[in-house]
Design a protein around this ligand. Structure first.
Ligand SMILES: [Zn+2]
Length: 55
């Protein structure tokens, strides 16, 4: 279980997740790429197209 960097909601990472997989926050819809960490995975903000402009 990891936390969304945007809204701090819990994001569950599947046990069979692979590095580079994209997970989406159920609360705010932000997309994150899974990056292998010392234990489990870290979430790296994924490149989203067209969503973040103008904020
Ligand atoms: Zn979120």
């Amino acid at each position: 279980m990891t936390k969304c960097a945007e809204c701090d909601a819990d994001i569950s990472v599947p046990g069979d997740a692979l590095e580079g997989e994209i997970v989406t926050c159920p609360e705010c819809g932000a997309s994150f790429e899974l990056v292998k960490a010392a234990e489990g995975f870290e979430l790296k903000p994924a490149q989203t197209v067209g969503e973040d402009w103008g904020q």
